[in-house]
Design a protein around this ligand. Structure first.
Ligand code: ADP
Ligand code: MG
Length: 479
């Protein structure tokens, strides 16, 4: 039995997501990124004394939307607290966050892993403000502070310790990203930091009911690193315990280069932050009408669309997984199928040819030169045997280049399938005449010469001859 089989891993994630509002959570400055340092500031963001925060209503809309999409119960009353610590990127000396009374509680997220449906329970989703950024100048040895990000609205999504393997954490996080993007509350880009994840990890001997001491890992900025860091941390903890040591409750940093974690600080307790209710902000009161309005505006969610595609279009799980990855892919697919009802063929064209070309050009499907309607027409022309599957690829390439409809490409390039029996008959007769030696070989029992003749017909017609008809006519002539 390997060491890992004697222990069970327990994982809980704390995920921060930046909300896509125009302005900050308590101030008027813009909440967009990529601007000149310190250009998105104002008296509240700078923490000037006597300047009061005012809660941004859109932030609450977005957080409720996310809470509903993750099956949370929305709290009619929630409050804001001050979490105190000193850091140059936090001018007020405290971060405004929701502490004892968060906006959303007791939700869950369902995700699939290797065909199995799994669930992670959510403890809470609360609102808070982001801090600024310290920039340490490499060349001049000076540290700078950029407060553009200070006061950008965040939700923190806290899970129960429900995951048991690193892959489960990765799959849950991907599902969360999908929900954030479908609901359009966050663009959920780990590389840009609009989605950030801290992983809490512990191990315990199999059979033990109480949880082991947990370690929190910070600085995970890709899905791959989340899984890798957890895996490494599990191995480290087991090695410590096996050699007679104990696990310290601490915060560790993931080192991307080495693939290991190292101690950053011993875990601070809530008391260290001296939380207290923020006297500048009254309790947030949300009534049923407000919640109801947002509920009505919820889009079809990833799992709902997934199930609908499986049941209604009868596509395989893998294909549906790809088609529902983003809402706009699902929309493209449905627009195409509405124009020509062949879900299987349409999905094949999207996931192979179209994605192949889009990836190559670095384009999103939203910028696809081939419209859903034109892709549908292409599939219809194949289904109606106006063009062969092979010619269709040439037509598709031209559609992608020019944005034209398949009809006009076929027309312009004369690519229509040749299904006129008289013309085919003539072409085949000529080919048999021109190749007496091969005809002789065929007649003396060399069956594979049949393929040679088919090939010659295709060459002569530039691939446009209807293959079934060519077969039939050739067979009749050679009989
Ligand atoms: P803290 O008080 O240290 O913030 P919480 O109880 O609030 O701890 O939990 C923070 C996160 O850690 C949650 O996502 C929770 O699921 C997870 N967690 C709590 N205990 C454990 C444990 N023993 N092992 C792994 N994760 C845990
Ligand atoms: Mg906590």
């Amino acid at each position: 039995m390997s060491q890992e089989q004697k222990f069970e891993t327990v994982i809980g994630l704390e995920v921060h997501a930046q909300l896509l509002t125009d302005s900050k959570i308590f101030a008027v400055s813009g909440a967009t990124s990529g601007k000149t340092p310190n250009s998105l500031t104002d008296s509240v963001t700078l923490g000037l004394p006597g300047c009061l925060p005012v809660l941004n209503r859109r932030v609450v809309d977005f957080a409720i939307k996310l809470g509903l999409a993750t099956n949370c119960s929305i709290q009619k009353m929630s409050t804001f607290s001050r979490k105190h610590y000193f850091y140059p990127d936090l001018p007020k000396g405290y971060q405004i966050s929701q502490y004892d009374l968060p906006l959303c509680k007791d939700g869950f997220v369902e995700y699939r892993l290797n065909g199995e449906l799994k669930r992670v329970n959510l403890t809470r989703i609360h609102l808070e403000e982001d801090a600024g950024k310290n920039i340490h100048g490499e060349s001049d040895g000076i540290s700078y502070v950029d407060l553009n990000r200070a006061g950008v609205p965040l939700v923190e999504i806290v899970s129960e310790p429900d995951m048991r393997r690193p892959e489960e954490a990765g799959a849950y996080l991907k599902q969360l990203k999908q929900i954030l993007r479908y609901t359009e509350v966050c663009d959920a880009n780990m590389e840009d930091g609009s989605l950030r994840c801290d992983a809490n990890v512990s191990v315990r001997p199999i059979g033990q009911t109480e949880l082991g001491v947990k370690v929190e890992i910070k600085n995970l900025n890709s899905f791959k690193f989340v899984e890798r860091a957890i895996q490494h941390e599990v191995e480290r903890q087991i090695a410590v315990i096996e050699s007679g040591g104990t696990i310290l409750q601490e915060t560790r940093l993931f080192d991307e280069q080495k693939g290991t974690t190292r101690s950053m600080r011993s875990k601070e307790e809530a008391a260290d932050y001296k939380y207290f209710p923020d006297p500048d902000l009254p309790p947030l009161i949300v009534d049923s009408e407000w919640i109801g309005k947002i509920k009505d505006s919820l889009p079809e969610l990833p799992n709902e669309i997934y199930n609908r595609f499986i049941n209604y279009y009868k596509l395989d799980a893998y294909t549906v997984e790809i088609l529902t990855l983003e809402s706009f892919i699902a929309r493209f697919f449905e627009q195409a199928v509405a124009a020509h009802n062949n879900p299987q063929a349409v999905s094949n064209w999207i996931t192979s040819e179209l994605f192949g070309r889009l990836n190559k050009e670095g384009l999103s499907i939203m910028d696809s030169p081939v419209s859903p309607e034109n892709l549908a027409s292409l599939v219809r022309m194949i289904d109606e045997e106006l063009i062969s599957g092979k010619i269709a690829k040439t037509v598709f390439d031209e559609m992608f280049e020019s944005g034209s409809s398949p009809e006009s490409v076929v027309e312009k390039k004369g690519l229509k399938q040749l299904s006129d029996p008289d013309i085919l008959d003539k072409v085949i007769s000529q080919i048999l005449e021109k190749n007496p030696k091969q005809l002789e070989e065929y007649r003396s029992g060399k069956d594979k010469m049949f393929g040679f003749f088919v090939g010659q017909v295709m060459k002569e017609t530039e691939g446009r001859a209807n293959p079934v008809m060519v077969n039939d006519i050739l067979k009749a002539k050679l009989a």
